[in-house]
Design a protein around this ligand. Sequence first.
Ligand SMILES: Nc1ncnc2c1ncn2[C@@H]1O[C@H](COP(=O)(O)OP(=O)(O)OP(=O)(O)O)[C@@H](O)[C@H]1O
Length: 353
Amino acid sequence: MDKIEISLDLQLSKQFNLALDCVLPGKGITGIFGHSGSGKTSLLRFIAGLQPCAGASLTVAGQIWQQGKQKLAVHQRPLGYVFQEASLFAHLTVQGNLDYARKRAWPGTGIPYPQIVELLGIDGLLRQLPDALSGGERQRVAIARALLVNPSLLLMDEPLASLDEKRKQEFLPYLHNLHQELAIPVLYVTHSLAELTRLADYVLMLEQGKLKAQGSIAELSRQLGLADPDAPFCVLDAVVTASHPQWHLVSAQSQSASLWLPDSGLKVGEPLRLHILARDISLSLGNHNDSSILNRLPARVESVNTVQDAVMVELSSNAGALLAKISLRSAEHLHLQVGQSLFAQIKSMALSR
Ligand SMILES: Nc1ncnc2c1ncn2[C@@H]1O[C@H](COP(=O)(O)OP(=O)(O)OP(=O)(O)O)[C@@H](O)[C@H]1O
């Protein structure tokens, strides 16, 4: 019931066909990820009702948006849409833009207005005109406006694309905070792995209009981590379990493993998404407790692949799937083989959010 069910076969041009049959979670952020031209925006446009597709079907949280001849028009779909560039009304102040959305809100209880304003940090901008805002501020207002219509589904098409790297980093915490509060699903289009692994709970990977993979970030961790040739990584979800102020460290639980990591003002109970570079994981045949490395996880070698001048080792551990990048020399020295048991070592200082 509480899901998004999509089935479409859309011939957009002679060369491009978007064909999908999938069920997405009815809560949390689903990242729609793929290279340029893979069909991400076309999928959002179909969901919004902007891209017609005969014979397709779409159900959102039990409500049929399209099936057979039945089809809700664009204005009948309770959704919010945030585009790459914020499309605010230039003649209205920020307050005016927000009021416009509030007057058109769908019935039901969404996040209350004062909380939306606070979560997106736009309280000080309400009297300004859109032209006086920075790109990041405009996008925050655009998100607030999209939420104020009390949507059942929020569509975001590369909302950070127009921001420079510094502004993106400033913006991400707002999305992160919002994520904690939102009860509705968000479909978030991006081709940035960093954004995806930081924000998404679930991923739909597209390739040339077809579904390449779908699953939780943890399930697709290896596939996603290997997709970044410059800095392969793995992702672990953890929860802070204890604080150790005397060492400026916290303990966090990831599946059944306990990890040490730097205390950057983290609270006990706080969920974390750890992004670990493959080059920050070393391997050892024994459990060397005489080293400075605090995190030593028993692991099993799942695959060993030589990639250019290094060796990528996929591992399973009681913290989740790991990826280690080691030298050819080290791989030879350890006689690495699939099925081998060893220890994955991760410096606490290498564990960052
Ligand atoms: N209305 C249309 N008519 C014909 N072809 C279209 C139409 N809309 C999109 N396409 C084609 O469909 C393909 C997918 O486009 P789409 O914009 O959905 O990809 P994308 O993954 O969002 O790309 P990007 O990341 O570059 O925005 C492209 O080859 C595009 O040229």
